[in-house]
Design a protein around this ligand. Structure first.
Ligand code: ADP
Ligand code: MG
Length: 301
């Protein structure tokens, strides 16, 4: 029904506004078509999500290139987190959520029977808004996942069976902490409790923990929004470095941040629509959609 209203009013010369102050405008397919060199890591097609009767995401179709940073921006409540959770089926954990449509990871459908969700979430790691390290040592935060998955074996039994991977574990801890730009700050206190770290360090530890299970993709939902400017800029630098090896999809409500760190930007707007998607420079300098321009120039949102 809202679609019907949008097409009717978009032709109105008065360019009427919604209650959010947005100009009403139909989404045009070409605004979300984005040609890029290389392979798509994710291809979402006609993705819809409902929470009960609340239709939170509408017909999202988007290809996300590998080994780059894709920013998802848009006002609060437009479905950014919902979309992010579709990429590793975290919405499955929300009782009220219903997902329809397709998401392919490396060309394979993740919304089909028989998909191993543990394996999927290993490949597609997630970092949340507030740092949430385990109340354990720095080292244990890193090795928890690989131990649980049986990728690393330590302890008395492993020693007796000749399967002790202690050296490999030390290497892993160092590699992940270096990968998360935290090693230099914590290498001499790996057995200290992670909760003693600053917020920014905790968030980089959470990134290190995500790296420990050897993912292809890192999903980040406003990972710096609880941090001070210096900690934020460290995370931003890190995100850019990570994209050399990983596919990063990052939600941010901070447009300067999206402009600084991302290769491509997807703009979601009120009502759960993907309105425009393209090269970050193009989105910020020359958006095709009036609504996106209004949003970026701060007329609403
Ligand atoms: N767990 C949930 N249960 C019910 N409704 C939800 C839930 N999560 C999000 N929503 C609703 O879905 C819409 C999109 O939310 P969300 O994806 O969190 O947006 P954003 O991350 O862009 O702020 C909002 O209307 C929100 O209220
Ligand atoms: Mg959100």
């Amino acid at each position: 029904m809202s679609e019907h209203i949008a097409t009717e009013t978009a032709t109105d010369a008065q360019s009427p506004n919604t209650t959010a102050g947005e100009t009403v405008e139909a989404v045009e397919d070409e605004w979300t078509e984005y040609d890029f060199a290389g392979d798509a890591k994710f291809s979402a097609t006609d993705l819809n999500v409902w929470y009960g009767d609340d239709h939170a995401l509408h017909d999202i179709t988007i290809d996300i290139p590998e080994n780059s940073v894709t920013a998802l921006i848009g006002p609060s409540g437009c479905g950014k987190s919902t979309f992010l959770r579709c990429l590793n089926r975290m919405n499955d954990r929300i009782k009220a959520a219903r997902v329809e449509g397709s998401v392919e990871l490396d060309g394979r459908e993740i919304y089909q029977e028989g998909v191993d969700l543990v394996e999927l979430r290993k490949r597609v790691g997630q970092v949340f808004q507030s740092p949430n390290p385990f109340p354990k040592s720095i080292r244990e935060n890193i090795v928890y996942g690989p131990r649980k998955h049986g990728d690393i074996q330590t302890g008395l039994l492993s020693r007796l069976l000749g399967r002790d991977d202690s050296d490999a574990e030390d290497d892993l801890v160092e590699r992940c902490l270096r990968g998360a730009a935290l090693w230099d700050e914590v290498h001499d206190r790996l057995d200290d409790n992670a909760l003693g770290l600053s917020g920014g360090q905790q968030q980089r530890l959470c990134i290190a923990r995500a790296l420990a299970v050897d993912p292809d993709v890192l999903l980040m939902d406003e990972p710096a929004s609880a941090l001070d400017p210096i900690a934020t800029s460290k995370i931003e630098d890190l995100v850019e470095d990570l994209a050399e090896e990983y596919t990063v999809v990052i939600v941010t409500h901070n447009m300067q941040q999206a402009a600084r760190i991302s290769d491509q930007t997807a703009v979601f707007l009120t009502g759960g629509e993907l309105v425009e998607y393209g090269d970050t420079d193009q989105i910020f300098e020359n958006p095709q959609s009036q609504r996106v321009e209004d949003y970026i120039t701060g007329k609403f949102g």
